[in-house]
Design a protein around this ligand. Sequence first.
Ligand code: CA
Length: 202
Amino acid sequence: MSALIITPVQAANLIQNGSFETATVNPGSFLQLDAVSTAITGWTVSQGTIDYIGTYWQASEGSRNLDLSGANAGGIQQTFNTTVGETYRVTFDLAGNTDYSPTIKEMRVSAGGNSADFSFDITGKSRSNMGWVSKSWGFTATGTTTTLSFLNLVDTPYGPALDNVSVIALSPPPTSIPEPSSVLGLLSLGVLGISSALKRQS
Ligand SMILES: [Ca+2]
């Protein structure tokens, strides 16, 4: 049986190195990075200090992740291209440093002039059982570039843990609508596909 198969287009992750796997440094067990380090590819330590986590605890994805505290409350950010008025979905995996209090880790994600706060409870969690949870949040772009940032809201050396960041556009921007000529081209390709499918069937 022949059929035209339409494959849905997977929205691209606009964030570079969202899982923090690539850097100019090797974190080993873990490595403190201070503002304004750019050692982690695509990212800038925006305030305070963070720990770049290697083998010290279980990552959510791959083998590296972050503690949004090094010696004190830290933050990271990345800037990427956006379309004004377009809505985007941010997803990330959240856990917390299980070594010490506070029991409730608190962090803020912000982009496009808006923000949302998230918390994580380390009760019952450990370095080999981090209990990573997926979080998501949406924002509407107000500029042709947008800076996504994650900030630790509690000034402690034992902060929220972050991994697996992605941003996708929720609908295609107007500029990506095909030109009429290419629509005709796609239609004619479709007709060709149908006619060849019919030929194969007969
Ligand atoms: Ca990772």
